[in-house]
Each structure stands twice: as structure tokens, then as C-alpha cells.
Design a protein around this ligand. Structure first.
Ligand code: ZN
Length: 226
């Protein structure tokens, strides 16, 4: 968008025109999230659709895939998508010690930082499972979801499309997995349909910013509905 082009802003300022505008809060926003990847065959297709519609999403990656799929993570970062932390090797955090939770999270955070120069700001516990020990050791807000597409279970594009388009509301966090071709295919319908309905597709951090939610480390967020 021309309004986000610093070169344009600078050129206009030479003519004494101030192009800086307050960032307007979109009327309806939704956060698509993709867990367990990256997996290039699927993640790249989802990024293609996001790019086509200038949309953002969040990818909750496991640390053990970061270097194998670095191109996906770098491309997503360059597109202003968010990379979240989904443990090192998809461990259910309620089954391990606090120190082990800490290591799962920070080994992954360091791998993401070493690749992108950006530390993840949010994490998603595997299976949405957490307890007091997990909360005390994740050092990040825990992001759950308000719409579960069950894409991993059905592997059916139409099911994903229906789950999103039948139930979506402003402030929702939608759970998908970038492991299945059927999920990428669903996104080719879901993303333009959401935009057609007036939704802006944002990352988790953008969702919190727009909804003025001050996320706290160790606290769980399933949606930011108004
Ligand atoms: Zn997962």
C-alpha cells in the first residue's frame, strides 16, 4: 500500500505534505494460526495466498523444523507474518518439569532468533495443555484458539472452509495446521472470503494491539472477541 511506503512519505514531505496517518483500527479482525510446521509444500502455498491478499497470519513452529524449513520462516517474516513458539519437538508440556518446559521454549526461541533476528513473542502449548508449572515457565503469553478447524482430523478442505465461515466472529483465533495440502487448498477459499466479508487478517500480536489487550506471560488467550 502506498500509505505504508516510507519512500513515498519522504517524497511527499519534500513537498510539505504530511502523509502520516493514525493507524486505523479495522472494524473486524481475525487471526489465522498454523501449527506444527513449517512444511514447505503446504506452508509456501499458504504464504502465496496470504501474499496475494496482503494478509498476515501466525505460524507456531516447532524448533526442530526451523533450520530444515528456513526459507518458509524467512519468507513469512518478510511478509510481516508472526512466528510463534510451539516447543522444540511437539512435547506436551504438562508431562515434563518446569526446567524442561523452559528448555523446550527457549531452544525454539533461540533457533527462531538466530534465523530471523526476532524473538517470538507468543507461544502455543501443544494440544492446548497447560498447568501452573507450564504457566510459570513459558515466559510468553499462551495462545489458544476460539475456532478449531480440525483440519488434521478430517483432511477435508470443505470442512475447514465451513468451520471458519460458519462460525467466525470479530476477534477470533483460528487453529489450522500447515502440514496438509487440504488446509492450503481451504485457505484459497477462506482467505478471500474473509476479506470479502470485511475482515482484516492479522497476526496474534496485531490482534492484541488492535484490541488493546496487554498480554501477560503465562496467561492463556483463546480469543480477543470484543
Ligand atoms: Zn501442535
Amino acid at each position: 500500500s502506498i500509505l505504508q511506503d516510507p519512500a513515498f512519505d519522504e517524497k511527499m514531505s519534500e513537498y510539505g505534505i504530511d502523509t502520516h496517518v493514525e493507524k486505523a483500527v479495522p472494524e473486524k479482525i481475525v487471526a489465522l494460526t498454523f501449527d506444527d510446521g513449517p512444511y514447505a509444500d503446504v506452508t509456501m502455498r499458504i504464504l502465496d495466498v496470504l501474499e496475494r491478499y496482503d494478509a498476515h497470519a501466525t505460524f507456531f513452529v516447532t524448533g526442530d523444523r526451523v533450520n530444515r524449513y528456513r526459507d518458509c520462516i524467512i519468507r513469512a517474516t518478510n511478509m510481516h507474518c508472526e512466528i510463534g513458539d510451539h516447543t522444540w519437538n511437539h512435547t506436551t508440556l504438562t508431562r515434563i518439569s518446569g526446567d524442561a518446559v523452559h528448555k523446550q521454549i527457549w531452544d525454539t526461541a533461540d533457533a527462531i532468533y538466530n534465523l530471523t533476528g526476532i524473538y517470538p513473542k507468543v507461544m502455543r502449548p501443544v494440544g492446548g495443555s497447560y498447568n501452573a508449572t507450564v504457566s510459570a515457565n513459558v515466559d510468553m503469553p499462551m495462545i489458544l484458539w476460539s475456532i478449531d478447524t480440525n483440519d488434521w482430523k478430517y483432511r477435508d478442505s470443505q470442512h475447514v472452509i465451513n468451520e471458519v465461515l460458519n462460525y467466525v466472529r470479530d476477534g477470533d483465533i483460528i487453529l489450522c495446521h500447515d502440514l496438509y495440502e487440504t488446509t492450503a487448498t481451504a485457505m484459497e477459499t477462506v482467505i478471500p472470503a474473509l476479506i470479502e466479508r470485511g475482515y482484516t487478517l492479522v497476526t496474534i500480536s496485531e490482534l492484541a494491539e488492535y484490541k488493546k489487550v496487554q498480554m501477560q506471560n503465562g496467561k492463556a488467550y483463546a480469543s480477543m472477541r470484543g
